[in-house]
Design a protein around this ligand. Structure first.
Ligand SMILES: [Zn+2]
Length: 334
């Protein structure tokens, strides 16, 4: 369990013991922060017939036993008092929510609680959100609805205000890096180089999904591709493919550009020679222009659910090319 989840677990454990758990809990945080991990822990706790204090931790955190009938049923996805609300479509529709509502109205078969997990809650249609609102306002006894989202701004404020909101933010600084290097067997993210530590601080605070080794490797590949592109290599197609196929890539694009700008301003890049820390010839002003182009592209994609992602990404790459080309022309004119 990520260390930054412990305080939430403590509070929820206490509320569980006091019978004061909220009926609706909204867990909010960017991808990779452990929202689902926290939700699963709580679901098991609510399901288990004999939860116990975990002895290896001093923090008064309750744990499911992992071996009673209820725990085993939940593990095999056949526990009758829990519903995982998933949709095959891009959004959660009103029928999905109605299904959850009627599920919650029936009395529990085995356990004390009836639970519903709604992952990607921001994908609820307005109609679906309104259907959920009724249930949130008149919750049935011993029901707990868990909503997860990486994009709380796209949830109806009426929904958010009816939920206890848990904001998941990873720790920053040395404790995070220490946790990481301990968690990753053999392979340390942190080298002795101050520069590298510095850069990792920035990235891991902003991009917590990089704590996952596979995602981190994908990030490094993406970064090399993007830097090659900035330095004038014709890699538009690869860059576009990554933007389209990797859910994180747009945010990475934004963050790498910010990092480059920052490194330019601080002038710290000269010290390093590692291949993933490549330098760009572009000035911080140009990088700032590119950053603005990226932010606009992200906004378009975020604000219109119907936006054609491929079209927006193609436009984005074209506009970045325009910025770079313009600076080259300016240089020649000088
Ligand atoms: Zn159990």
């Amino acid at each position: 369990m990520n260390t930054w989840l412990l305080s939430h677990q403590q509070i929820l454990s206490h509320q569980y013991e006091q019978n004061t758990l909220p009926h609706a809990i909204l867990i909010s945080g960017v991808a990779g922060t452990g929202k689902l991990e926290l939700a699963q822990w709580l679901l098991y706790l609510l399901t288990c017939q004999q939860p116990q204090l975990s002895h290896h931790l001093k923090e008064n955190i309750l744990q499911a036993c992992d071996s009673c009938k209820s725990c085993l049923l939940l593990k095999s996805n056949t526990y009758p008092d829990h519903l995982n609300l998933v949709t095959e479509k891009n959004s959660l529709g009103v029928d999905d929510i109605r299904h959850a509502n009627s599920f919650l109205q029936k009395t529990a078969h085995l356990g004390k609680f009836k639970t519903v997990l709604i992952n990607h809650a921001q994908t609820m249609t307005t109609q679906a959100a309104n259907a959920l609102l009724k249930t949130l306002e008149e919750p049935s006894a011993n029901s707990v609805i868990l909503l997860l989202t990486h994009d709380i701004e796209n949830l109806l404020p009426t929904i958010v205000s009816r939920c206890r909101v848990l904001n998941i933010r990873p720790k920053v600084g040395k404790s995070l890096l220490q946790g990481l290097s301990e968690g990753m067997s053999g392979e340390k993210l942190v080298s002795d180089s101050d520069v590298k530590i510095n850069t990792n601080f920035v990235n891991l605070t902003q991009l917590p999904e990089l704590t996952d080794k596979v995602t981190n490797e994908a990030f490094q590949h993406f970064k090399v591709c993007y830097l090659n592109y900035l330095d004038g290599q014709r890699v538009e197609t690869q860059l576009l493919q990554q933007l389209l196929n990797n859910q994180h890539a747009l945010r990475w694009l934004e963050q790498i550009t910010v990092d480059l700008q920052r490194e330019k301003i601080l002038g710290i890049m000269k010290i390093t020679t590692a291949p993933t820390m490549m330098q760009t010839q572009l000035s911080s002003q140009v990088l700032h222009q590119i950053y603005k182009v990226i932010i606009n592209g992200c906004k378009v994609i975020k604000s219109y659910t119907q936006a054609n992602k491929q079209f927006v990404c193609e436009q984005l790459i074209m506009k970045i090319s325009d910025v770079i080309e313009q600076t080259n022309i300016n240089k020649q004119e000088r």
